[in-house]
Write a protein that binds this ligand. Structure first.
Ligand SMILES: C[S@@+](CC[C@H](N)C(=O)[O-])C[C@H]1O[C@@H](n2cnc3c(N)ncnc32)[C@H](O)[C@@H]1O
Length: 433
């Protein structure tokens, strides 16, 4: 397919997403199934256009003064290819599959408007209702912080030190030019895709099948490391889900001690079994949702709460979620976060730690939930520890790229694409007296 056909396909898919409120991955898959002539290069290029538009739909629409999929696709392709309007006209000339090129007048706004003149939420590419919250989180830098959530993401992997080391995995991944991550000691990164390509499917590599590495964002690797799981500990991963953090904790514990992996949703927990097997993790006991784990109460050195959240920190990878997020969903998440913190805290032994993590950047889901927990903690059994100090211990070589905030007696950390080059994460540690 030529550029015009790819753009037309992207317009069709975006129209479908909008009309039927479909998840982007489903819409792309369906398009692929009904257009089998399209090769993998075409699909990758079309997917990039669709994702680029979804990441920046507000700013693209503002610059075009037109929020139709056609206008946004033209603007996104001009940007990503660094192309002028004339060059675009030449590229589409004679291509019978190309969409109708907007007229010179239609491009008037695009040629003259400066994004810096747009309202903050447009520059930041976020829904209006989130602007105040992001400003509360990042102050003057909020627009730059939010805009960085619209960049294309890298592909990060965590080397499983139970099976391999970073040099060995980097060598096995030589064709993909994976390089060491800047902060996480066991991370490898394939940079964001420039142009039309796509990241390799590293899960078909022999090294992946042998459990040498997992796909895990560098931010997720860092917060798992900061949790401070050490060999011989008793650990409860209370929101284990598919086990991304569980696997990282098991490696930190060198397969010793015991991790109890629990989740209230059987479906989400399901993939953990295969992943544990592949990674040769032997210190994890998986507890199904209805299992009684009462006997673990008051006995854990470390309880990890990787809480259900709005996922605003992962918008680079899930841009459609940005536009679907509604205030009532945020409210629901806040209730779940309070419930999960209260439920998990019971398992921490005196002198043990309760770690609270989200992949959101909204203050209500982060510091405010920890503060609310402390208020409910009538006996003042828990206190906030110094998360910035934990970073210095766990990552002595790494620059202190995070945002730190004071809370109670301690500090909490926020990682963002702009500062740490990772997905957005929040990290707090509470110590039980
Ligand atoms: C952010 S995800 C966990 C991701 C996982 N830790 C990982 O690293 O792959 C949050 C999880 O919390 C679980 N969850 C929500 N409410 C819960 C509750 N009350 N008790 C336990 N788990 C809960 C959800 O089912 C979901 O799997």
């Amino acid at each position: 397919m030529r550029l015009g056909g790819r753009m037309a396909a992207a317009i069709e898919i975006l129209t479908d997403i909008e009309a039927r409120r479909r998840p982007v991955a489903d819409a792309l898959k369906d398009w692929g199934l009904s257009h089998r002539f399209a090769g993998s290069g075409d699909r990758a290029a079309i997917g990039n256009i669709v994702y680029d538009v979804l990441r920046r739909r507000r700013s693209l629409a503002w610059r075009m003064e037109d929020e139709t999929p056609t206008a946004m696709v033209f603007a996104a392709v001009l940007d990503s290819k660094g192309m002028g309007i004339k060059d675009m006209a030449i590229a589409l000339d004679g291509d019978r599959f190309a969409p109708q090129m907007p007229s010179t007048d239609d491009f008037a706004a695009f040629r003259t408007r400066e994004l810096s003149a747009a309202p903050g939420a447009v520059q930041a590419d976020v829904p209006d209702w989130l602007a105040d919250r992001l400003e509360a989180a990042f102050g003057e830098a909020w627009i730059a912080e939010a805009a960085a959530l619209s960049d294309r993401p890298p592909l990060d992997m965590r080397v499983n030190t139970l099976r391999a080391d970073r040099d060995k995995v980097a060598k096995a991944l030589t064709p993909f030019a994976a390089t060491a991550t800047a902060l996480a000691p066991q991370g490898l990164r394939i940079p964001p895709i420039a142009g039309d390509g796509r990241h390799p499917n590293v899960q078909v590599e022999a090294g992946f099948q042998k459990g040498w590495f997992e796909i895990q964002d560098e931010g997720s690797q860092i917060v798992a490391l900061l949790a401070g799981a050490a060999p011989g500990m008793q650990v409860l991963d209370f929101c284990a889900g598919a086990g991304g953090k569980t696997l990282a904790l098991a490696a930190s514990m060198e397969n010793t001690g015991q991790i109890h992996a629990y989740d209230s949703d059987r479906q989400r927990l399901a993939p953990i079994h295969d992943r544990l097997k592949r990674a040769e993790v032997r210190n994890v006991q998986v507890h199904a949702p209805r299992d009684d784990i009462g006997e673990l109460e008051g006995r854990m050195d470390l309880v990890l709460v990787d809480a259900p959240c709005t996922g605003t920190g992962t918008w680079r990878r899930r841009p459609d979620a940005k536009w679907r997020l509604a205030e009532r969903q945020l409210d629901k998440r806040l209730e779940e976060q309070d419930a999960v913190l209260d439920a998990a805290a019971r398992f921490v032994k005196p002198g043990g730690r309760l770690v609270y993590i989200t992949c959101s950047l909204l203050p209500e889901e982060n510091g405010a939930r920890v503060a609310a927990f402390l208020e409910r903690d009538a006996g003042a059994e828990f206190k906030v520890a110094d998360a910035a100090g934990r970073w210095a211990e766990a990552l002595p070589e790494a620059p202190k790229a995070y945002h730190a905030s004071a809370l109670g007696d301690g500090t909490t950390l926020t990682l963002t694409p702009r500062t740490t080059g990772t997905d957005g994460f929040f990290f707090a540690v509470l110590e039980r007296r």
